[in-house]
Design a protein around this ligand. Structure first.
Ligand SMILES: *Cc1c(COP(=O)(O)O)cnc(C)c1O
Length: 237
């Protein structure tokens, strides 16, 4: 089995060749290492391989890891992204521990994150989650709701609106993947036009199975878990 370091090197070179293939500049796509369910030792190994940005899905688990690294490895200056669903009674942990949140899809959550962001921390960097596949069961905004929520977020002093995120339906053919991602990229461009004073520079899209299409469509951040850390074991939770 490959080490975490070898996995990161492999993914990084896949990202680079995908960028090259569609003529995008080097380092225009950031790798977010999704470390949910993985122990701090695995995160430490990735950090020693040069990885800085980590994504967590579960509020309490994520907050515990942030506290651990703040206490034991502040020199690593890891950047923590919350990428899971947010219940309003857990929003405080997100506001107090994370640098980024990718999954804001309701006014109530945006307002709470703003109100709960501790004084002295930089503004929380926010992506709005969009449901591009239109499945009623999935979380995320539909196209008509994006602008109203952006209006609110841009008015909140402790939040900085940075862009959009999506988890499209799991399809394997490249053309369908590409069209879902292009839809999200188009929405981000429309948003940037409507809110020229915001720093709308981030598209969080693309996972292990659809990274190439996401990069061709303009992704700036791909979220990769299993290909770095190996399969997750949920049997103990
Ligand atoms: C778990 C997760 C990922 C990473 O998935 P892998 O299949 O492990 O690469 C990416 N994005 C989100 C939102 C996730 O929950």
């Amino acid at each position: 089995m490959n080490s975490i370091q070898q996995n990161i090197e492999q993914i990084t070179s896949q990202i680079e060749s995908a960028q090259q293939k569609c003529g995008r500049p080097r380092e225009s796509v950031q790798l977010l290492a999704v470390s949910k369910t993985k122990p701090v030792d695995a995160i430490l190994e990735a950090a020693h391989a040069g990885q800085v940005a980590f994504g967590e899905n579960y509020v309490q688990e994520g907050a515990d890891k942030v506290a651990y690294f703040n206490e034991h490895h502040p020199e690593l200056e890891l950047e923590w992204h919350f990428i899971g669903p947010i219940q309003s009674n857990k929003s405080r942990h997100v506001a107090e521990n994370f640098a980024w949140v990718h999954t804001v899809d309701r006014a109530k959550i945006a307002q709470r994150l703003n109100d709960q962001r501790p004084a002295g921390m930089p503004p929380l960097q926010v992506l709005m989650q969009v449901n591009t596949s239109g499945e009623a069961s999935k979380s995320g905004l539909n196209e008509n709701e994006i602008f109203a929520l952006a209006e609110l977020i841009s008015s909140l002093p402790n939040l900085t609106l940075r862009g959009l995120m999506s988890i499209p339906a799991n399809v394997s053919d490249y053309a369908s993947q590409l069209s879902a991602f292009k839809q999200l990229a188009g929405l981000k461009d429309a948003l940037a036009k409507r809110f020229p004073d915001e720093q709308l520079d981030t598209l969080s899209m693309g996972m292990s199975g659809d990274m190439e299409a996401a990069i061709e469509a303009g992704s700036t951040m791909v979220r990769i878990g299993t290909a770095i850390f190996g399969a997750r074991d949920y049997s103990k939770s």
